[in-house]
Design a protein around this ligand. Structure first.
Ligand SMILES: N[C@@H](CCC(=O)N[C@@H](CS)C(=O)NCC(=O)O)C(=O)O
Length: 231
């Protein structure tokens, strides 16, 4: 069984999409990050960076003790390898998937994340920061659009690369991007949005979020005031 320590944010959704697509036996363990649950000692023991998602595989392939993993890209790779699904087995296909997952983890995710921060949450509107991240998000959309011109999905077939990227395109309006400028990306986005597993994740995510106000002043203090030493 896979314990998925999760909250319905883009990084959380990536892993849940995988679990739903494969029909894995998984159990959600909520980590309400606005309440600071990511700092609970039990969670830090499996995710020392105090970020979700994280997983615990209680029945790893080697038959040994449970394995815990943090970082959504590493989790996708682990689950894909374990299930033999959504990652090619040949060296070229496999590294094609890996390089696009890395691209998402190091580029699209962090840049779109800062875009969201400076557009939506920053207490002051800093034009330089907003412009910098809106432009960089736009550039990255262009990279994906180009890739999707000749490929139905990012590496040809539907894979963990698509699952990593899709949740970061969902907030395109909030990130000040006009998806109509990117016809291949738009086609891909709509195809993935229509997948039953993806729809289930977003429906369940909405239901989980209902009644939780993510961005109270207290939540902002928890999420955006972190230093090496927790007050
Ligand atoms: N690179 C990490 C990023 C994870 C991440 O930033 N998670 C956010 C929510 S999307 C979080 O847990 N934030 C809690 C906090 O900032 O304390 C991954 O892809 O797993």
């Amino acid at each position: 069984m896979i314990e998925l320590h999760y909250w319905p944010t883009p990084n959380g959704q990536k892993v849940r999409i995988f679990c739903e697509e494969v029909g894995l036996d998984y159990q959600i363990v909520p980590v309400d990050i606005a309440k600071g649950e990511q700092f609970k000692p039990d969670f830090l023991a499996i995710s020392p960076n105090n970020r979700m998602p994280a997983i615990v595989d209680t029945a790893p392939k080697d038959g040994g003790a449970p394995i815990s993993i943090f970082e959504s890209g590493a989790i996708l790779l682990y689950l894909a390898e374990k299930s033999g699904k959504f990652i090619p087995t040949d060296v070229r296909g496999r590294f094609d998937a890996i390089q696009w997952v890395m691209w998402q983890m190091a580029g699209l995710g962090p840049m779109a994340g800062q875009n969201g921060h400076f557009n939506t949450y920053a207490p002051e509107k800093i034009p330089y920061a907003i412009e910098r991240y809106v432009k960089e998000t736009n550039r990255l959309y262009g990279v994906l659009d180009k890739r999707l011109a000749d490929n139905e999905y990012i590496i040809g077939n539907y894979s963990i690369a698509d699952m990593a990227c899709y949740p970061w395109i969902v907030p395109h309006e909030r990130h000040k991007q006009d998806i109509n400028e990117f016809p291949n990306l738009k086609r891909w986005f709509e195809t993935i949005r229509a997948r039953p597993a993806v729809q289930i994740c977003y429906e369940k995510g909405e239901a989980m979020r209902a009644g939780h106000t993510l961005m109270t002043d207290e939540a902002k203090k928890i999420l955006f005031g972190q230093t090496a030493r927790r007050e």
